[in-house]
Design a protein around this ligand. Structure first.
Ligand code: FBP
Length: 600
């Protein structure tokens, strides 16, 4: 029987999208050449406005295995009202559609389930396809069986980011003067960062989900001694985070490595205590403002100063009286201490699904500004210094006819080690001279011996950074072999779910970690995946995002290896070069490393 099917993309591009369409198209034509496939243009808007193209075999062939969603474009409109549902149904009826395929992320698949319910009496089926580079759509049964291990696009984006990051590790250990700070996409979850960590072995990769569980044991113990509970000891603050990064930098510097690569997940702010509180409060304030005034907060207050003035008036109880007790003078005070670029970032317009737009915030800047500030303090305290190679020190001294050991004991705090660290008390040329005089190595009238001066200069750290953002580039890449096959199969499965009469289900492939002939096509009822979440100030049913699980194999292996990747000792850097994407050969780049580890 010929079928009419409509399809659209929803949300950010993910490599492999065109192959989903190719999979649906090839399979439907194989069963009946008279079947027709319509692609709605610009995402959900095309469905609402009846803007579409009929997908032909030449169109499919033009885009087969190609990245992006260029064939029919995408959009982020949410079909969230009865009018929109009716408009969508009208278009489907006009085209005599048997089914609609929604290729999207968690929010779009949520939308697909609601459309399925709305369309039920008309007999039009709705099937979702798990798309997102973020990798946060994962489905496991209650007894631990993995039904959907990853969304399509994740592998390609991670590989693309990793290739760039790996190039930076090469630059870092060639030029040995830069710390490369790489922010990597992933709206909330840190799956992409974790995968990039495995692909590149960067020196430090921050996993947001782990930070959320952070506890400051020293503070907890201290409070216990005083018979109190210190609530600020639980969870990560921006200050703690900057200390953690500084610790890495200082430790590597101590063994002569004043360079490295750090990966920061885009969504890290979601896991930082005080910032998360701001995000939640501001989400609510903006949503309530829009509701009460029936006018958009961002249109009412286009400039940052207007927004801040409104918040100030709220805190003083002078605006929307009594409605917003959640924004108080303390909030306003703390918020006003943030740099304006960051205030602007936190106030950025929420997307149509009510999500905070992390990609619009210069997270890496706020974090690195704090890191620089604290490094300066550590430098002043004499705790941040470059370790001097013992062999280098010896040869320099001997060349000048001086006895290395005599000087080593006086200047360094670890004279026996392979990398020598100048004592913390030596923080200037003046204190250096006092040390030599105090140890009777020179008299007060003598100038500093040139080799000692040279060593001191070499030990003074300069912290130079280059920041990078990997996101839009990777999600526009051509799909890897894995994503090509995976997405094409998802398209075929979507067709078979429709042919089998399913609706409100998401196409999926079980056993993705196994060889292709062990892949198992399935449909997952979407409604089962939902939970209640606050969106636009209201509790809504949405698919629950899967975050990085600290008990997963991948995370535990990462934890076991990270000290090695940090390489803050005499061990060499362990950088890994994943190389370019390959289409032939049984190489380890076949599948995401995190997927393989978690399947063991
Ligand atoms: P989806 O959830 O729609 O797949 O989008 C993922 C993503 O690429 C995130 O990683 C990123 O935070 C966001 O989209 C960026 O959104 P935008 O395209 O609106 O800048």
């Amino acid at each position: 029987m010929p079928r009419h099917i409509g399809v659209f993309f929803s949300g950010g591009p993910a490599p492999g999208g065109h192959n989903v369409i190719a999979g649906i198209f090839d399979e439907m034509k194989k069963y009946n050449p008279d079947s027709r496939l319509y692609g709605f243009l610009f995402g959900p808007d095309g469905l609402l406005d009846a803007k579409y193209v009929e997908i032909t075999s030449s169109l499919v062939d033009t885009y087969r295995n190609m990245g992006g969603f260029s064939m029919i474009k995408t959009g982020r409109t949410k079909i969230d009202s009865k009018q929109k549902m009716d408009a969508a149904l009208k278009t489907c009826k006009e085209l005599k559609l048997d089914a609609l395929v929604v290729i999207g992320g968690d929010d779009s698949n949520t939308n697909a389930a609601f459309l399925a319910q709305y369309f039920k009496s008309s007999g039009i089926k709705v099937i979702g396809v798990p798309k997102t580079i973020d990798g946060d759509i994962q489905v496991t049964t209650d007894d631990g069986e993995m039904l959907c291990a990853i969304s399509f696009g994740f592998h390609t984006a991670a590989r693309a980011f990793s290739q760039n990051i790996s190039n930076l590790t090469t630059d870092a250990d060639s030029d040995i003067k830069y710390w490369h700070i790489c922010k990597v996409m992933g709206r909330v979850a840190s799956h992409l960062t974790l995968e990039c960590a495995f692909q590149t072995h960067a020196n430090l990769s921050l996993i947001g989900e782990e930070l959320a569980d952070y506890t400051d044991q020293k503070r907890i113990d201290k409070a216990k001694e005083d018979g109190k509970i210190d609530y600020t000891a639980y969870g990560m603050t921006l200050r703690h985070l900057s200390r953690l990064i500084c610790d890495t930098i200082v430790r590597r510097a101590a063994c002569g490595k004043n360079y490295g690569v750090i990966i920061i997940p885009e969504g890290i702010l979601e896991f930082i205590n005080e910032i998360q509180v701001f995000i939640i409060k501001l989400n609510k304030i903006i949503a309530d403002y829009n509701y009460i005034h029936d006018h958009h907060f961002h249109s009412s207050f286009p400039a940052l100063t207007d927004k801040l003035e409104y918040l100030r008036r709220l805190a003083r109880g002078m605006a929307d009286k009594g409605r917003f007790p959640i924004w108080n003078l303390r909030d306003d005070d703390l918020f006003s201490q943030l740099p304006s670029f960051f205030q602007e970032g936190l106030l950025v317009e929420r997307d149509t699904h009510g999500n905070f737009q992390f990609s619009q915030v210069k997270t890496e800047k706020i974090v690195m500004d704090m890191v620089k500030e604290y490094l300066n303090t550590l430098k002043e305290q004499g705790k941040y210094k470059i370790g001097i190679e013992r062999t280098y020190f010896n040869s320099l001294m001997e060349k000048a006819g001086m006895i290395p050991d005599q000087y080593a004991k006086a200047i360094f705090k670890n004279p026996e080690d392979s990398h020598l660290l100048i004592k913390e008390s030596v923080i200037s040329l003046k204190t250096l001279k006092q040390t030599l005089v105090g140890n009777e190595l020179i008299s007060p009238e003598d100038p500093l011996p040139p080799p000692v001066l040279a060593i001191y200069k070499k030990s003074e750290p300069k912290f130079r950074t280059q920041t990078h953002f990997y996101g839009y580039d990777g999600r526009g890449s051509d799909p890897t072999h894995f994503d090509c096959n995976y997405s094409y199969n998802l398209g075929m499965i979507a067709f078979h779910l429709i042919a089998g009469g399913a609706t409100g289900q998401m196409a999926a492939v079980k056993n993705l970690e196994k060889k292709f002939d062990a892949w198992e096509p399935i449909g997952i009822p979407i409604a089962r995946l939902m939970h209640l979440e606050e969106r636009n100030g209201k509790m809504e049913l949405v698919i629950e995002k899967t975050l990085v699980n600290s008990h997963s194999n991948a995370f535990r292996v990462f934890k076991a290896l990270r000290e090695d990747w940090l390489a803050a000792g005499s061990n060499p850097d362990k950088y890994r070069r994943p190389g370019p994407v390959r289409f032939t050969g049984n190489s380890e780049e076949d599948r995401p490393i995190t997927l393989m580890l978690n399947s063991i």
